[in-house]
Design a protein around this ligand. Structure first.
Ligand code: SF4
Length: 733
């Protein structure tokens, strides 16, 4: 959708915010007759966006037109060592080169690396810097498959929760965001809705005006927790125990929905037997709550209708986080909450968008690579290990386990895009030691000089979502959306699709797919058939032209929500092995794992043996006004986060025990690293827990951030990162 004639002074272009956020807002960009974007605003016609943007993106033009944006390809100057560069003077380490020179040199080096060490010695590293279908994974995947480069196991954010949800329901669907306004109880579990899912907030406000209560379960007093009717400050990593304790009370008091359980679920007897072990008293000892609070929460949740759980991915970032997410996901099935419109739950809606990934990513190209097969997989949550030893593996709980080099090759080239691993990957010191290797060839496609570009041999200028075309679903609503290119990229910035298309041609890859245009790839993602309609399930009513015209179109089951509201998991056969909601998992049993949820205290927790030396549990939390590390370089965003910048939040008891007062300089450390921060004794964390928020390492005088303390140990399900299972000690300096 683009309003305004070509001669009008302004035109308005429909785009989609592609940052890693459930809301996937429809963004209207006003462009003047000189081709400059002059305004961004939320699209009022999109029912979830509702005409407003979050504080991060409302000032997006500060990012698009930032004076320090990288606008040209850069090459590291000879003799400049890789490692932290002084902020604001990074450009001194690089020289400008043409795109032709950069692409030719990169292609030559990748060829040489592949020939010398095997193509699997090349590791792409990307995540959700953009979540548009094309930007997240399309031409890049084709390129790396054809090359035979290692595949990246993209586990860093959501894999444990995703695996958990699918074990229970078979597909990631949720209560529609718009229906939360009908709830009488909203349980935000590890979900900072006000901070990073802001378009759910108006629904909750509306529900509260109609008498709903908001309960927040979170070890940290987030903005959302501060606004709740009841904030339950649970200890980190004990969510599975609480969920099982709630089941215990619900079943003990006969508050479960027997009819729903009989019709839609599998394994209630086994689950009931397991839940019997989790008495409120036992659960209280783990979680830090009282038995009475656990009983009250269980009764309130099970007897209020409709009751909706908004679980977010914070829950699953501890060692037992997969099981925690799985146990929480079972609660609405136990109480039959899915039956009541406005009740149920939400982790992700991404299962509603079955893009035609085979066409978009072309894994078949691996057969044409020198390997003649799909390449090995490297877990992105163990990048430090991969750069040291060759390859990360999917061994859960194996931080220090030997990895298994496959195909005889380590990692000799790293190609980073859509990510800032030197800031966001766990065990930062290990990652940086790896990236410092003089024999490692590193390319980074970026908008700004980041912690990661300090280690690059080449930096290539990337585009924002205003500057390229894409198609996008969401993990917090049910709309397919087209993001039209609103403006020309500044300088020589280029999109992911353009970059990998150009590189493929320089590598001599002759397949036609490397010349596909963005529009062709969008049509492939939609699986457009001969009649112009998508062939993807739930998208059959969508054509590319309609998307061009309308900007956003709901998936089929959400087209007439008032007449036919969508309530998942209430009828029919589900895509699980039993066809039902699974309390008991034969899949896990067959893999030799516990088929039922159980609470296993994290190794890195107050119950672990490391607590003798490192007695405090550390939360490496996310900023409200950044998107992981994105936006942290912008002054306006930094001002909004100033209160907790370089601060370590502590409980009074822990501060007092160490002779620390508010405002004192402190050192926080463990065997992996240390940080110098300033104490903030403010009641935001329970006793035994400290918290600091993610920032760029180069913003801290130590040149490190919270990930200097986090580990590469993996979650129990999904082999994901365990950012919230970390032990530390703190002392005044
Ligand atoms: S970051 Fe999220 S809330 Fe903010 S504009 Fe983007 S999609 Fe919307």
């Amino acid at each position: 959708m683009s309003a305004g004639s070509p001669t009008a002074p302004f035109r308005v272009v429909h785009t989609v915010c592609s940052h890693d956020c459930p809301d996937s807002c429809a963004v209207l960009v006003t462009v003047n007759d000189e081709g400059r974007a002059v305004k961004v605003q939320g699209d009022p016609s999109q029912p979830v966006t509702q005409g407003f943007l979050c504080g991060k993106v409302a000032k997006y033009l500060d990012r698009v037109y930032a004076p320090d944006r990288i606008l040209y390809p850069l090459k590291r100057k000879a003799g400049i060592a890789k490692g932290p560069l002084v902020r604001g003077r990074e450009h001194e380490a690089f020289e400008r080169v043409s795109w032709d020179e950069a692409l030719d040199s990169i292609a030559a080096r990748l060829k040489e690396t592949a020939e010398r060490f095997g193509p699997e010695s090349i590791l792409p590293y990307s995540y959700a810097g953009t979540i548009g279908v094309l930007g997240y994974g399309s031409m890049d995947r084709r390129f790396f498959h054809r090359l035979g480069a290692s595949q990246l196991d993209r586990t860093i954010c959501a894999e444990a929760g995703g695996v958990a949800w699918n074990l229970v329901y078979g597909k990631k669907l949720s209560t529609p965001t718009e229906d939360f306004r009908l709830a009488k109880l909203v349980l935000a579990w590890g979900a900072n809705i006000h901070g990073n899912n802001i378009h759910l907030w108006p629904m909750i406000e509306q529900a509260r005006r109609n008498g709903a209560r908001l309960i927040v379960i979170d070890p940290y007093r987030t903005r959302t927790a501060a606004l709740a009717d009841w904030h339950i400050a649970i200890r980190p990593g004990t969510d599975a125990a609480l969920a099982l304790g709630l089941m215990h009370v619900i079943l003990d008091e006969g508050l479960e929905d027997r009819a729903f359980i009989a019709e839609m679920t599998h394994g209630i007897d086994e689950l009931a037997a397991r839940a019997q072990e989790y008495t409120p008293e036992r659960v209280a000892a783990w979680t830090g709550l009282t038995a009475a609070e656990i009983e009250q929460l269980a009764r309130e949740y099970a007897t209020t209708r409709p009751a909706a759980i908004r679980m977010n991915y914070g829950v699953q970032r501890s060692e037992n986080g997969g099981t925690a997410a799985r146990a929480i996901a079972m609660l609405p099935a136990l109480t039959g909450a899915w039956k009541h419109r406005g009740g149920g739950g939400q982790l992700s809606t991404s299962g509603a968008f079955p893009w035609n990934k085979k066409s978009v990513e072309r894994p078949d190209l691996a057969l044409a690579s020198p390997l003649g097969r799909l390449a090995r997989t490297v877990n992105m949550s163990q990048l430090g290990m991969a750069l040291k030893q060759g390859t990360g593996t999917r061994e859960q709980g194996s931080e220090n386990a030997e990895t298994r080099p496959e195909s005889g090759s380590g990692v000799h080239a790293l190609f980073v895009y859509n990510s800032n691993p030197a800031a966001v990957a766990p065990n930062q010191n290990a990652v940086r030691r790896g990236m410092e290797r003089t024999d490692l060839f590193t390319v980074v496609h970026e908008l700004f000089f980041t912690d990661t570009t300090d280690y690059a041999d080449y930096i290539l200028p990337a585009t924002t979502f205003l500057e390229h075309t894409d198609i996008q679903g969401a993990y917090g609503h049910y709309f397919v959306q087209l993001s039209n290119q609103a403006i020309e990229p500044p300088g020589e910035a280029r999109s992911n699709v353009w970059l990998f298309s150009q590189l493929a041609q320089r590598m001599g890859f002759e397949e036609d797919c490397f010349r596909d245009t963005p529009e062709q790839i969008i049509r492939q993602a939609l699986g457009v058939g001969e009649d112009g309609h998508s062939t993807n399930a739930g998208m059959e009513h969508i054509t590319f032209d309609d998307l061009k015209e309308q900007g956003h179109i709901p998936v089929s089951f959400h087209r007439t929500p008032e007449k036919e509201p969508f309530q998942p998991y209430t009828t029919g056969t589900l895509p699980t092995p039993s066809g039902k909601i699974e309390f008991y998992s034969e899949t896990l049993a067959a893999a030799g794992l516990d088929p039922l949820p159980a609470f296993v205290p994290p190794v890195e927790s107050r119950w672990g043996k490391g607590a003798d030396r490192f007695p405090l549990e550390f939360l490496s939390r996310k900023a409200d006004n950044y998107m992981n590390s994105t936006f942290a370089n912008l002054d306006g965003h930094r001002k909004m986060e100033a209160r907790t910048s370089q601060r370590l939040e502590m409980h009074t008891a822990d501060a007092k025990a160490r002779g620390i007062a508010d405002g004192d300089p402190v050192r926080v450390w463990n065997d992996r690293g240390s940080l110098n921060l300033t104490a903030l004794v403010n009641g935001s964390v329970p006793a035994g827990v400290v918290a600091a928020r993610m920032d760029w390492a180069k913003m801290n005088p130590d040149g490190a951030n919270v990930n200097a303390l986090t580990s590469e140990r993996l979650t129990d399900l999904g082999a994901a990162a365990t950012f919230y299972s970390v032990l530390v000690e703190v002392a005044k300096t």
